[in-house]
Design a protein around this ligand. Sequence first.
Ligand SMILES: C[S@@+](CC[C@H](N)C(=O)[O-])C[C@H]1O[C@@H](n2cnc3c(N)ncnc32)[C@H](O)[C@@H]1O
Length: 224
Amino acid sequence: MSLLFLTRFFRNPFRVASIAPSSRALIRKVSDKMDHSAPRVIVEYGPGEGCQTREIVRRMHANSRLFLFELDAQLCRHLERQFANDPRISVHNIDCALLPDVLADAGLPHCDYVVSGIPFSIMDKAKKREILANTHRVLAPQPHAAFIIYQVTNELRTRGHCDHFAHAESEWCFFNLPPNYVTAFYKMRNGVNGTNGKNGKKGVHRANGNGVHAHNGRNGNGAH
Ligand SMILES: C[S@@+](CC[C@H](N)C(=O)[O-])C[C@H]1O[C@@H](n2cnc3c(N)ncnc32)[C@H](O)[C@@H]1O
């Protein structure tokens, strides 16, 4: 149990929306949905104190980029300290609805994965629609590209909030407090080679023909 996370929950329960960080089992299920065999542009919405982030960083390609969007300023400072020595990672203390602007500033047309732990179920409807539309728009039109969420309810899928995605796969993670659904929404139905997810090897997205290292945005050297 992270004390920092718990204190941020009591400070803003409707934004943080969970009393404990993701369990090892949930972290594994989320990270297993990504293929890190090539450079990727990865985005995380609501990293909190960084438990999912650390696993993504452990697995990701040396030439990948990782953009973290966290509204809580204190959690952001904690993330900046943790990842200060890794130039692949930038921390943004802004609403994740601003993802398209941040990618554009970085000279990146698309991202490969968006991992989200933000509480969509208790979010303002207009904000939810904006984030879901933006996420779909910036995902690379590639078979592996996915929006991966973990939530107590699966309402983004069951209530049709993500019907603009072509395909979805869900699983249940019991070993988390509380248990969560993990759902991956794909932009392309079954992809060009008939597979989605981590074995979809075709159509590797290289951000600008030169791997994501070609990024030269305002925060190209890590957290700001
Ligand atoms: C349930 S916590 C998830 C924490 C962590 N990812 C984990 O696995 O334990 C949700 C986090 O999302 C952040 N958050 C909520 N709405 C957000 C938004 N619109 N943009 C960026 N971060 C947001 C909160 O501040 C909080 O840290």
